[in-house]
Ligand binder design. Structure first.
Ligand code: KE4
Length: 432
């Protein structure tokens, strides 16, 4: 019988929170979990299965966050748990090449149009950090262009006007980043191709790369205007800068080949993560052979990781990808996304709100749309969002605890579950 300590005294969320605050900065191991964007105290989860998460007080919630993207099949899918349980019997880490690294590389290169070679790492941050260093090494240039509100993990060069937790906490420019480094990062508004043209005209020959979330999902969720991604790519090509797609969240979710498959763009480098780890720590970055071969031990750009290519993480990720292909999960996610969108649009009809979605990723903004960039997103009524979040939570629905995050559906969110959720959310919004 597995040890179940969740219901012993001192193990309920309130007691856990007190203990966590004493020993973990802000009580959390990642700032977005602290409920700073919505107020109140976070709850602690002890288990999760399918669309359900269960807190330390035994309460169930329908989860619309899915651990920020990895749980594309819902939590703890049998195919992943069974495979990891089996693989663990063979060891948890070798620090020596293992066959799963070859299988994962073959799978990623087969699914992602622009990736000819790939290297595994242990987080999305590591994947992005490695892309930045590689781009600077290959081009022998220092400047990086990013877009306001895009979040690319806690990479020093990119915690400049960043989204996600940095934006939620009102600190888009982190302390601790040397100004000499931050000055090498140029930021422009997303969807503003003229602003990008000006940046390139003024200093294009110094720009190593432009990095973006092809679908920004760290200031809520908004989409590229028609032609914008093509325009960014054309400017990169004109000035010899590399185009980096950060597909840590969109990769393997919006389509088998991610946003680059949906929009028909082949970036030079791609950062990946989340879905390909099946919930275990993983990241990956890849691109053209003639770029990836600049990496050690072949080339002069150093990059390494003790647990990179970890057999358990790759087992989980491969099991998840295999199942998505078996059930054509992407088609199912689009059908579920459409059902959810239709219901949400009915719920907010005539209200000062906007619902934006692509595939299984969505955001409900508390302001009229369309939302096309960070400035638009920041006009949202975050107080009204916080009130909505807690009303939903009280009724057993867990949404992302910030207006500046996206929501995620999984293949486990059946039409019945979505209809129930929509009924509850519609009821709440009646009073909004
Ligand atoms: P990680 O280092 O957290 O694995 O990935 C960083 C990252 C990189 N790129 C994009 C587009 C991302 O969205 C992320 C991380 N996503 C956030 C959710 N907005 C993770 C949640 C958290 O920070 O706890």
């Amino acid at each position: 019988m597995p040890h179940d300590s969740t219901h012993l005294p001192g193990n309920h969320s309130q007691d856990l929170w007190k203990r966590a605050l004493d020993l973990i900065p802000g009580g959390v191991n990642s700032p977005v979990r602290a409920f700073k964007g919505v107020g109140g105290e976070p709850f602690f989860v002890t288990k999760a299965k399918g669309f359900t998460i269960t807190d330390a007080d035994g309460r169930d919630y329908v989860d619309f966050v899915g651990t920020w993207g990895p749980a594309i099949l819902g939590h703890a899918p049998d195919c992943v748990i069974g495979a990891v349980r089996e693989a663990a019997l063979n060891g948890t880490s070798f620090g020596i090449p293992n066959p799963l690294e070859v299988e994962m590389a073959e799978t990623i290169c087969r699914l992602v149009p622009s990736v000819e070679k790939v290297r595994m790492v242990n987080s999305g941050t590591e994947a992005v950090m490695s892309c930045i260093r590689l781009a600077r090494g290959v081009t022998a240039r220092d400047r990086i262009v990013k877009f306001e509100g895009c979040y690319h993990g806690h990479v020093d060069s990119l915690l400049v006007k960043a989204g996600s937790g940095a934006l939620t906490l009102g600190q888009p420019d982190s302390a601790g980043i040397p100004s000499a480094l931050a000055e090498l990062t140029i930021t422009v508004p997303f969807n503003d191709i003229e602003a990008l043209k000006t940046v390139f005209r003024e200093g294009g020959k110094e720009i190593a790369a432009v990095i973006l979330e092809p679908v920004p999902a760290n200031a809520g969720l908004y989409l590229p205007k028609p032609g914008f991604l093509e325009g960014v790519q054309a400017l990169c090509r004109e000035y010899g800068a590399l185009l980096i797609f950060d597909e840590v969240m969109t990769g393997f979710r919006l389509a088998p080949g991610g946003a680059q498959e949906v929009f028909g763009i082949r970036p030079d480098l791609t950062a990946m993560g989340k879905v390909i780890g099946g919930g275990l720590p993983v990241g990956a970055f890849g691109g053209r052979r003639n770029l990836m071969d600049w990496l050690a031990p072949l080339g002069p750009v150093y990059q390494a990781g003790t647990l990179s290519g970890n057999p358990l993480a790759l087992t989980a990720g491969l099991a998840q990808l295999r199942e998505m292909e078996r059930i054509n999960g992407w088609q199912l996610l689009e059908e579920l996304g459409m059902l959810f969108e239709e219901g949400m649009r009915r719920a907010i009809h005539g209200k000062e709100m906007t619902f934006q979605r692509i595939g299984s990723m969505f955001c409900l903004y508390f302001r009229q749309g369309p939302i096309l960039n960070l400035a638009d997103a920041k006009e949202s009524d975050t107080t009204a969002f916080a009130h909505f979040f807690h009303q939903a939570l009280d009724r057993g629905i867990y949404l992302a605890p910030s207006q500046f995050e996206a929501g995620f559906l999984s293949t486990a969110h059946s039409p019945e579950v979505l209809e129930d959720g929509l009924k509850t959310l519609t009821d709440i919004l009646k009073g909004a």
